[in-house]
Design a protein around this ligand. Structure first.
Ligand SMILES: Cc1ncc(COP(=O)(O)O)c(C=O)c1O
Length: 377
């Protein structure tokens, strides 16, 4: 079969981008040039607006994938161990485990507070942990744990951290722009996201929303030159430029994507579209017998984990290849104990693409000789 349109990426980044966003990358930019500096400055201001951080926070962009920015936020905000840094990571999935690992690898003391993967982390358990260990200086929370798709209670976790006087670092990689985050009400030191997620840019840069007071205290924390957001911020404020070579095409694509985000109606409109995508997907897949891993009340409208069908004819690789042939890129599961696969609801797609994806899955099941998507349990 030949495809006359790009395949639809049902993945949580990279994801399907609009033609306007793709076209924005057809021009070359000088990294020192005033025109490019103006793009960076406007982009930073618009990203800050999305979380209402004017006057209190600042946005520092960083080259690389999302993990680079998580690492940079931890390295910049958390003092080294000998200066009292001790991070508590709330762990209900794969990206939480990654955050704990990178914290440790950077020489920070890290303690993990484990939770079940099928539910959110517990603010009450956090409260208890903070009461039990006064040495904890910072808490790391993954807002939407993309490993399963579960939504964690950011406002409640932030309130507990504030009560205890602890810094909060939020990985909002797969929620920023889609789920509401208001820096006037939710106290955090750093909140991290990236270009190729719910803002629907292309991958290649992250950015960190930093509370100015926390940033001002962070000089000299980072053991890494490239990851030092304090340094990146100072240089950018002074010169308008990125410290090291910027991903120019990624930056202008994100600026164009953010213009479309604003035109669409900002975060509420983005959330409404993704909720509609998620509903169309879950209802359509239920009609084929598939069951989501999460209960609806803890499911974020970002990515849905489905149980694999019980049929012995099911094989993810074949399932994936057959769906790909029909124009849709699915995503493997990230759970170790049970077999699952994931379907993203984000990107420059709407209800029609989700309905077409369900049709493609129905066709795929028929081709594989699977009568129903129902799991074993
Ligand atoms: C919650 C979360 N954290 C971090 C990341 C960063 O991953 P990467 O470095 O692959 O962009 C992702 C990517 O999907 C994510 O969903």
């Amino acid at each position: 079969m030949t495809m006359d349109r790009d395949r639809i990426l049902l993945t949580p980044g990279p994801l399907t981008t609009s033609l306007r966003t793709k076209l924005a990358m057809l021009k070359d930019w000088g990294s020192w040039d005033a025109d490019f500096n103006a793009v960076t400055a406007q982009l930073r201001a618009r990203l800050l607006d999305i979380v209402h951080g004017q006057g209190t926070h600042t946005v520092v962009p960083l080259q690389g994938s999302g993990t680079f920015s998580v690492e940079a936020a931890v390295a910049t905000i958390v003092p080294p161990g000998d200066k009292g840094g001790h991070v508590l990571v709330l762990d209900n999935g794969a990206y939480c485990k990654r955050a704990a690992k990178l914290t440790q690898l950077m020489g920070r003391r890290a303690t993990v507070l484990p939770f079940a993967e099928e539910g959110p982390v517990s603010p009450a358990a956090l409260d208890q942990a903070l009461r039990g260990d006064a040495s904890i200086s910072h808490v790391v929370l993954i807002h939407c744990e993309t490993g399963t798709g579960v939504l964690n209670p950011l406002p409640e976790v932030a309130a507990v951290c504030q009560r205890h006087g602890k810094g909060l670092i939020v990985d909002a990689m797969s929620s920023f722009g889609a789920l509401p985050i208001d820096a006037r009400e939710i106290r955090f030191d750093a909140l991290i996201a990236a270009s190729g997620k719910c803002l629907e840019g292309v991958p290649g840069m992250g950015f960190v929303v930093l509370r100015q007071e926390a940033l001002a205290r962070s000089a000299g924390h980072s053991q890494s030159l490239a990851m030092d957001l304090h340094d990146q911020h100072q240089y950018m404020e002074k010169t308008g430029q990125w410290r090291f070579t910027p991903p120019t095409h990624v930056v202008v694509a994100l600026a164009e994507a953010v213009q479309q985000f604003i035109d669409e109606g900002g975060q509420p409109a983005r959330l409404a579209r993704y909720q509609d995508n998620c509903r169309t997907l879950v209802e359509g897949m239920a009609g084929l017998g598939f069951r989501p891993f999460l209960k609806p009340e803890v499911q974020a409208p970002i990515i849905v984990t489905f149980h694999a069908p019980a049929s012995p004819a099911y094989d993810f690789k074949r399932f994936y290849a057959a769906a790909k042939q029909r124009g849709f890129i699915l995503y493997p599961g990230k759970l170790t104990e049970i077999e699952t696969f994931r379907v993203g609801c984000i990107g420059a797609i709407g209800r029609n693409e989700m309905a077409q994806a369900v049709n493609a899955v129905a066709d795929t099941l028929r081709e594989m000789g699977i009568a129903s998507g129902a799991p074993a349990l």
